[in-house]
Design a protein. Structure first.
Length: 493
């Protein structure tokens, strides 16, 4: 066991809160002065299925579930401050999860205080409190199995003696600290917190005790935090609801207006591409009784972070952030991909982006490919486009003469993805693609000549179709769209 250098004494922590304790809230709490930030409880069964992915665009580490959902997102800024809380009733699974996140977090915590049925029916949360052998097995396994500190969070038992006795047994597992929520398992958040129980525990063990449960009646501002600590004789204090309502409760200089806090929260949510529903949920918690105000209604109606940003007058910030992220995405894609052809299964790939400004108006690589196929008496090129869920980007594969071509880079629209795949095909086959500055190509020359013709040639009809298509770009396609219908093909040249 190595407790590391992380201290649990004299600290103020953001408590674990499902849905609330995601990255934007944790960063905000740190900005305002929290020493430690717990993530929301994450269930071991879900976490063991996750893959650790470095997100170079957002500069985060993401733990992604098989259904592509980001279960846990973290970043360097909080690496030494974030406590990963898990829900578990299984020592081996707990260890597997702890090892998965160990490099990216400051400590591991086990939730032994959740009274909700979804936790207790699996033997997790408060259910663990009536199975001390299981508690011991889980904590010992974690303490010996990972190199970062291990902690747990409990509720109090029916008597002081039982609570103290359990905590003394827990202390022997080698954990670094224990958070005590001073309520019985049947008590609701509105019930007064039992400071005397926390005090008894703090006096009976030598590991730091983190007092929790004071939000409603005791802690409203930063000045109250020390009062709560004194009332419980604990080493430290952990805040849930007070921080959820106004995270600036951690500020030693005093509370900020909640409007300022909401705006700062939203900036982090946009910057870290937080799920819009999560952003919305957290903002609604901050709005509290103003949730039915015009702003509250706008937030509730919003479906995307863009719409939420609009409600707060942050559309410019939102757009700038998106542009910055897109530029970074493009740069990273370009630098990480080879520009020479590479086989991906039976598909010939190159790292190519379609840049509209590199082509004259009304000229596209798809047109060049179509012209060439006709001249060669080949079937029309067939495009198949897919869209991925994480950023809704598109990738297209074009089939020409039974060979498939694709750009390994993803594009922001179906139209661009098709153009990129056409460029790959043209470059691999060594055919002109119509780019500005490219050696004079047959098509461009023909176009110039046909500018003076009666407009009945096949090329000219293609040109007309193209112009029409530019004026009425079709909506994004469904995933896994099949080969284009001939009219669609013409319409999207
Ligand atoms: C929205 C919400 C979500 C919570 N989720 C968790 C959780 O994931 N894990 C946990 O141990 N406790 C959770 N709790 C309980 C809090 O961490 C804390 O123990 C409780 O709210 C009492 O502290 P307070 O008086 O400062 O609010 C949650 C509380 C709230 C309000």
């Amino acid at each position: 066991m190595a407790a590391g250098r992380l201290s649990f004494r004299n600290i103020t922590a953001l408590a674990p809160m499902v849905r609330v304790g995601t990255l934007p809230m944790r960063l905000l709490a740190l900005d305002y002065g929290a020493d430690l930030v717990y993530c929301e409880e994450l269930i071991d069964l879900k976490m063991v299925q996750c893959q650790r992915v470095v997100n170079e665009v957002l500069e985060t580490v993401d733990f992604i579930a098989p259904d592509d959902r980001v279960m846990f997102r973290t970043c360097m800024r909080e690496k030494d401050r974030v406590v990963f809380q898990m829900g578990t009733a299984d020592p081996d699974r707990a260890l597997a999860v702890a090892r998965l996140v160990e490099k990216d977090v400051a400590a591991i915590d086990v939730n032994m205080g959740c009274p909700k049925e979804y936790s207790t029916k699996g033997g997790m949360g408060v259910a663990l409190l009536s199975d001390p052998d299981k508690i011991e097995a889980i904590l010992k396994k974690l303490v010996t199995g990972v190199s970062i500190p291990v902690t747990c969070k409990i509720r109090i038992l029916p008597s002081v003696e039982e609570t103290v006795s359990l905590v003394q047994r827990i202390e022997k597992t080698g954990i670094a600290a224990i958070a005590v929520h001073g309520r019985f398992k049947e008590e609701r958040p509105r019930h007064p917190v039992h400071c005397d129980y926390i005090q008894a525990v703090a006096g009976a063990v030598s590991i730091p005790v983190i007092a929790n449960g004071g939000s409603l009646d005791l802690v409203r501002t930063h000045a109250d935090v020390e009062e709560f600590r004194k009332a419980t004789s604990a080493s430290s204090v952990m805040l849930a609801r007070a921080a959820m309502w106004n995270a600036s409760v951690f500020r030693s200089q005093g509370l900020l207006p909640v409007e300022t806090v909401m705006e700062e929260y939203l900036r982090y949510a946009v910057q870290y591409d937080n799920h819009a529903f999560n952003t919305k949920y957290c903002l609604c918690q901050m709005l509290r009784d103003k949730v039915e105000s015009p702003l509250g209604k706008q937030v509730q109606a919003a479906q995307t972070n863009a719409e939420i940003s609009e409600a707060y007058g942050l559309q410019e910030f939102y757009q700038q952030t998106q542009d910055r992220l897109q530029t970074k995405r493009d740069t990273l894609q370009r630098s990480s991909q080879p520009s020479c052809p590479v086989m991906d299964g039976d598909i010939i790939t190159m790292a190519i982006k379609f840049e509209r400004r590199e082509y004259p108006p009304q000229i596209t690589p798809k047109m060049f490919l179509l012209e060439w196929s006709r001249r060669e008496k080949l079937e029309q090129p067939r495009y198949k486009t897919v869209q991925r869920s994480q950023d809704r980007a598109f990738q297209s594969t074009v089939t020409v003469a039974k060979k498939k071509y694709r750009s390994s880079l993803w594009e922001k629209s179906k139209k661009f993805a098709e153009q990129a795949s056409a460029i790959v095909c043209l470059r691999v086959l060594g055919i002109p693609e119509g780019r500005l500055g490219e050696d004079d190509s047959g098509l461009v020359c023909k176009r110039k000549r046909e500018g003076r013709s009666n407009g009945n040639s096949e090329e000219e009809r293609g040109k007309k179709l193209h112009v029409e298509a530019e004026a009425s770009e079709p909506a994004a396609p469904a995933e896994g769209e099949g080969p284009n219908h001939p009219t669609q093909l013409a319409g999207t040249l």
